[in-house]
Design a protein around this ligand. Sequence first.
Ligand SMILES: [Zn+2]
Ligand SMILES: [Zn+2]
Length: 346
Amino acid sequence: MPTVKAYAAPSATAPLIPTEITRRPVGATDVLIAIRYAGICHSDIHLVRGDWGPVTYPQVVGHEIVGEVVEVGDAVTKHAVGDRVGVGCMVDSCRECENCLAGMENYCLKGNTQTYGSVDRDGTITQGGYSTHVVVDQDFVLKVPEAIPFEAAAPLLCAGITTYSPLAHWGAGPGKRVAVVGMGGLGHMAVKIAAQMGAEVTVLSRTLDKKDDALAFGATRHLSTMDDATFTDNADTFDLIVNTVSAALPLDRYLRMLRLDGTMVNVGAPPEPMPVHVFTLFGNRRSFAGSSIGSIAETQEMLDFCALHGIAPETELIGVDSINEAYERVLSSDVRYRFVIDTATL
Ligand SMILES: [Zn+2]
Ligand SMILES: [Zn+2]
């Protein structure tokens, strides 16, 4: 069992610290990846702090992973030593349920195996990307095109696919009006991708601090949700609202901005239920939906799309010693727009 360096949470309340963990031996269909960069996702913070349920500590998080293949199992056909690869939010699934067979492992009916904090096939708890190496089955490893700068590629594996998938599914494109709620790690990627798809993009956020960025990323408007006129002036306007905010919102106010057959899709994960008046949905035959990351095939499609069009997240590179400080800055929305850890500092 190879021992590798990592940065782990020892408990829900203590700062993350350097540690060593064991990775499973490289199996026949496994790929050993030397991790170069790992993004910091808000989910990492929620999980290590126990916000989403009990955690077995120490826990290493990180599900925006890029690196190089350094070893492959005997039966590996999809990747070779030296390849630039990525790993996102999941590392396995049951592979036999209706959804897995349809190529949508992210909706595995038995629950996909998450990159961290999940029970793996061998019964161990999966450990994420704040580490020097990881062993992952070849089917859950993505190819990272050369055209995407390596450190900028990392956040695509969660923030990129989480926003690309609903934009693609609900047909963001020419003639469609898309609103993006929130301009953080997810939101800024939603703006860039939706604009590249050809949609007319409006950003909705509390303040207008990031207006210049939003326009530079391809939005045509940036409106404050603190201003009542935003809601009244834009009634019956949007085909798609992508909500990246993880706090509860007054849904009816947002839903009333959807035009005929419009959909509001949640990719943010507020912990509490949010009430909806069905009458709001009657008007314009509106839908309220959710979306969870994307399939492996769709994640590859997203990486290739970003490479083709030169789309990349805005990142701030940090060493491991700055992870705890970065967590505080993520919680206070003081990052433009994604921290990426240089794992060479481990
Ligand atoms: Zn994430
Ligand atoms: Zn399945």
